[in-house]
Write a protein that binds this ligand. Sequence first.
Ligand code: UD1
Length: 367
Amino acid sequence: MSMEVRKIILVAGARPNFMKIAPLMHAIENQKTIEPILIHTGQHYDEQMSELFFKQLEIPEPHVNLEVGSASHAVQTARIMERFEKVCLEIGPAMVMVVGDVNSTIACTLVASKLGIVTAHYEAGLRSGDRSMPEEINRIVTDSICDYFFTTSKDANENLIKEGKQTDNIFLVGNLMIDTLMRLLQKATIEGLRNSEIEGLDDKYALVTLHRPSNVDHSEMLLSIMKALQKLAHHMPVIFPVHPRTRLRISDIGYRISEKQQLYLIDPIGYLEFLSLQKNATVVITDSGGIQEETTVLGIPCLTMRENTERPITVWEGTNKLVGVNDIEYEVEEILKGNGKKGKVPDLWDGKAAERIVSILIERIRW
Ligand code: UD1
């Protein structure tokens, strides 16, 4: 009996999508009944934000890059929709699979579902409860029209059920980002950073990433964060790979670091370099979603500078703590005293999420 090969479009758009798409592409390419077609929307386009990740994560070249670039949310979303519709009509996939919560996620789900194509969302059901975050709107809208839901944690299943989804369409599969982390952990070394200006990588240091509008778009907030980091830099080197959006805001407020400071504002770095910095850090200070998960798996204390999180399991079970700018000093002191938050790795965050998704696609759902 010959089996028909079904085409699935996988969508990647922004940096945090790439770590989720990589294991999925690899797992789908390992079998013969589903043909994966990767579409890059071009939401992130800088070499350091995109190409480098494709290389390091060994993601195959995308079938096409929609090259939408940066713009307001409405314009960016509209551009993705317009260009993605053409691609769907050309390719005629049986399914479109999206990941995460970025503008590419919602734009492509909306297009596919209106064309009558079956849709699946990996990382469905996460909710911060905070609609001032663009990502929360993307999550809610994506899940409201999607057909199948792949989730990372039990709370996500509960959220989807509360929103009226059928349990038959929800699959708790674990965490794709952790698949990538586990595959590449051994390869992640700081050698690439040795020649940079950063000193003190062999001892205690803090690793920082910040790019959420709530932290960087308000001058006063951003300034108080920079001051807190400067203060922390008196005690240990602070390494801060700066997102392009944050770089712009820091220059808007005219902030400059005085020389001799151990506060290193560096350009965005690759996945392997960042992972190596995470695994050896004394503390990670962030507002990213993925980093809350990665630090939990690595067992590194994470201070998340947000009032809420769509990933509460990293707080309930992991090393994550939600903090305000005024808490940083105290929290870091506690960590230095050995009182940093300890945790465990959530169920199914074991490096096998992609395998589970592929076997569900092949054996358990209709498309
Ligand atoms: C996007 C995602 C966010 C994710 C983040 C990770 C949405 C709504 N937000 O936010 O969830 O956590 O990516 O990075 O989808 N820029 C560049 N080069 C690039 C990309 C962006 O210079 O390759 C600059 C542009 O000035 C742009 C700004 O960064 O205006 C913001 O980029 P954008 O993609 O709009 O949102 P992010 O803040 O990156």
